[in-house]
Design a protein around this ligand. Structure first.
Ligand SMILES: [Zn+2]
Length: 369
């Protein structure tokens, strides 16, 4: 290509050229990809939006380059191709979306006051947001389908396995629509996801919030809550297994790593971890390897009802089987960590008083409603 050809096609008016330069100085292609809903992995690769790309073949940083279709350029050409805009249109869109204002006399970029966004743009942003969230959720479900599959014909289904079987086809369909559907169908999917989020037991980031069920089985049957009763019991067993795994992982033969209880607490929450540990000590209260303090604590923890005429003790199903001396140390760590966390959450609650948070306009997922 000769210089003349370049000049004829691409050479912008000098004001435009400065605009482009300022956009490029302030916004990377990676910023724009994030803003426009393109999921970029940790190595800076994404699925190319300009050809049918199954695996990430586009590298994105300040500029972009696709190793599949050879698409290449800067943030402005990226945006222009993504939205079918002229180069100038793309630059102006970037300026608007990143709150950059062009002061035409001095040609510098200053933050603008809040720009109104169209209904259409709101839906697109929301679709992009949920697309990213659903991608992660889908990976989680694929994992659950394997990890929590029932091992024996008589097993009670783990709630995560049930969720995976039920939700995978739904989520895959929704991803297709959010990626390439029309505005109307995107809107419908967004509404559907929001409704689902309101009544979810398992949140899309994988946090399982099966509530602890305290009544016994016959109460549950009478009140049509057997599902809650079973999944709570199942979750106690999962929590016990997770504690045993954490101890096996974090005990080096002499001492337990200080953070041994953290992950279990993150996953199962203080209430259930306390319940499982307390049940263990209660059912082995004759064992001198548990400290008196931990025994006193264990009998102060509220337990699910256990009918006295039952011929077996439900607590046995989730009593931790790790070595009692090591387990005693684990209980100390867990109790200390639970106490620390409750202090932090009190501090959080105090520091989030309205006086200290003057910007309530964004919901927690960063989407304006
Ligand atoms: Zn490509």
């Amino acid at each position: 290509m000769t210089m003349a050809a370049v000049r004829k096609d691409d050479m912008p008016a000098s004001g435009d050229w400065k605009l482009y330069q300022m956009i490029k100085d302030n916004v990377t292609t990676l910023d724009a990809a994030g803003r426009y809903g393109i999921a970029v992995n940790r190595r800076g690769m994404c699925r190319c939006p300009f050809h049918k790309d199954k695996n990430p073949s586009m590298k994105i940083d300040k500029r972009f380059h696709c190793f599949g279709c050879q698409a290449d350029g800067d943030v402005i050409s990226f945006t222009s191709r993504l939205f079918g805009l002229t180069r100038k249109g793309a630059a102006l869109k970037l300026a608007a979306d990143f709150d950059l204002r062009i002061d035409s006399r001095r040609l510098r970029i200053v933050p603008t006051p809040h720009l109104p966004i169209s209904e259409e743009e709101k839906i697109e942003r929301c679709a992009a947001h949920y697309f990213r969230e659903l991608c992660n959720y889908r990976l989680l479900l694929v994992n659950w389908r394997e990890v929590y599959a029932p091992q024996n014909p008589g097993d009670i289904f783990d709630p995560r396995f049930v969720e995976a079987m039920h939700m995978l086809p739904v989520v895959e369909n929704e991803l297709d629509i959010l990626w390439s559907g029309d505005l109307q169908s995107k809107k419908a999917v967004i509404d559907e996801i929001r409704q689902r989020k309101e009544k979810e037991v398992i949140s899309m980031d994988g946090t399982v919030t099966v509530p602890v069920y305290y009544q016994d089985g016959s109460y549950a049957r009478d009140h049509k809550e057997l599902e809650l009763f079973r999944s709570s019991h199942m979750e106690n067993i999962n929590c016990k297994k997770a504690i045993e795994a954490a101890i096996a992982r974090d005990f080096d033969g002499i001492r337990l790593r200080k953070t041994a209880a953290d992950e279990v607490l993150d996953t199962y929450g203080a209430e259930r971890v306390s319940l499982v540990l307390a049940a263990t000590v209660q059912t082995k209260s004759w064992d001198g390897r548990f400290s008196q303090q931990n025994k006193d604590w264990a009998f102060s923890v509220r337990m699910p009802d256990n009918r006295p005429d039952m011929d077996y003790d439900r607590r046995d199903a989730y009593a931790v089987t790790s070595h009692p001396a090591v387990l005693d140390g684990f209980i100390n760590l867990a109790r200390r960590e639970i106490q620390e966390r409750s202090k932090v959450s009190v501090r959080d609650a105090l520091s989030h008083t309205p006086a200290n948070t003057p910007k309530p306009s964004l919901k927690k997922d960063g989407i304006e409603r």
